[in-house]
Design a binder for this molecule. Structure first.
Ligand code: G1P
Length: 295
């Protein structure tokens, strides 16, 4: 059983500058909940009990967020705002969260390696904060279920449009069961010509502990960073690695367009916002030029 999850959150968030100059990108809200909370909740909903967040300089706000907040709680109590008080208190009791600092941003592989001592000799989950996945069964839970069957590392994948191929780890896979691939190659952020297929990895992984040795043997790759993708390739060469085309809607909340889409879609699901948002969207569509087409 997989009980531990690693959430790397040490990146500099350059895609969201200047907002992320003094604020972790993981704390950007989708309406009123920071991105990282969606990720933590997905892990918990999948049965994870122990979460390791890899942080870095300037990421204190994440620790404060999941901590208790006595002054705020007291204030809400005094003002009889019980619903908000419950919500605020619930956040600090979500899970057993540990923090490890990555001193320099040396890449995703290096960030995951920081969790080695805490994870120990067990398979574990990795969830990247840039990806939010909405669906009936949590995405990482889907991979965890499959792990029970194969006992090997499993990566979440989906089809990637041509113009985005160079932003993802891309795989070559042989479909061995419905939505399940045996990975035959994996390349970090290839050019369109180099890409082995149009299937890309999204930020959910179940990894066997041997990945740590793989990361240690991995030299800096794309962007001069130690890439998790390269270490996974090493695992693949020594044994099997699987990929799973999960079900659910995934938002790249680390990308401006993906972030806005996530906000709209999540707002449309909320009782308190849906009506007004729908009306507003209709207003916008009504004033679009007649020949406007959604790309
Ligand atoms: C990371 C990984 C990449 C993966 C992507 C998914 O890249 O390195 O392999 O496809 O996450 O979101 P990043 O988006 O952090 O640059």
């Amino acid at each position: 059983m997989i009980k531990k999850a690693v959430i790397p959150a040490a990146g500099l968030g350059t895609r969201f500058l200047p907002a992320t100059k003094s604020m972790p990108k993981e704390m950007l809200p989708i309406i009123d909940k920071p991105i990282i909370q969606y990720v933590v909740e997905e892990a918990i909903a999948s049965g994870i009990e122990d979460i390791i967040i890899i942080t870095g300089r300037g990421k204190r706000a994440i620790e404060d967020y999941f901590d208790t907040s006595p002054e705020l709680e007291n204030h809400l109590l005094q003002n009889e705002k019980y619903k908000l008080l419950r919500e605020v208190k619930d956040i600090s009791s979500l899970a057993d969260i540990h923090y490890i600092r990555q001193k320099e941003p040396k890449g995703l592989g290096d960030a995951v390696l920081k969790a080695e001592k805490h994870v120990g000799d067990e398979p574990f989950a990795v969830l990247l904060g840039d990806d939010i996945v909405k669906g009936n069964v949590p995405c990482i839970g889907q991979l965890m279920n499959l792990f029970e069957k194969y006992n090997k590392s499993i990566i979440a994948v989906e089809e990637v449009p041509k113009e985005k191929v160079s932003s993802y780890g891309m795989i070559k896979g042989r479909e061995i069961a419905e939505s399940t691939y045996l990975v035959e190659d994996i390349i970090e952020k290839p050019s369109l010509e180099e890409a082995p297929s149009n299937i890309g990895t999204v930020g959910r992984y179940v990894l066997v502990p041997e990945i740590f040795d793989g990361i240690k043997e991995t030299s800096p790759g794309k962007g001069n960073e130690i890439q998790l993708t390269d270490a996974i390739k090493m695992l693949m060469e020594k044994g099997e690695v699987y990929a799973y085309a999960f079900s659910g809607e995934r938002y790249d909340a680390g990308d401006k367009l993906g972030y806005v889409k996530a906000i709209i879609d999540f707002a449309l699901e909320r009782e308190d916002l849906r009506g007004e948002i729908e009306r507003y969207l209709q207003e916008i569509v009504a004033v679009l030029p007649q020949n406007f087409k959604i790309k």
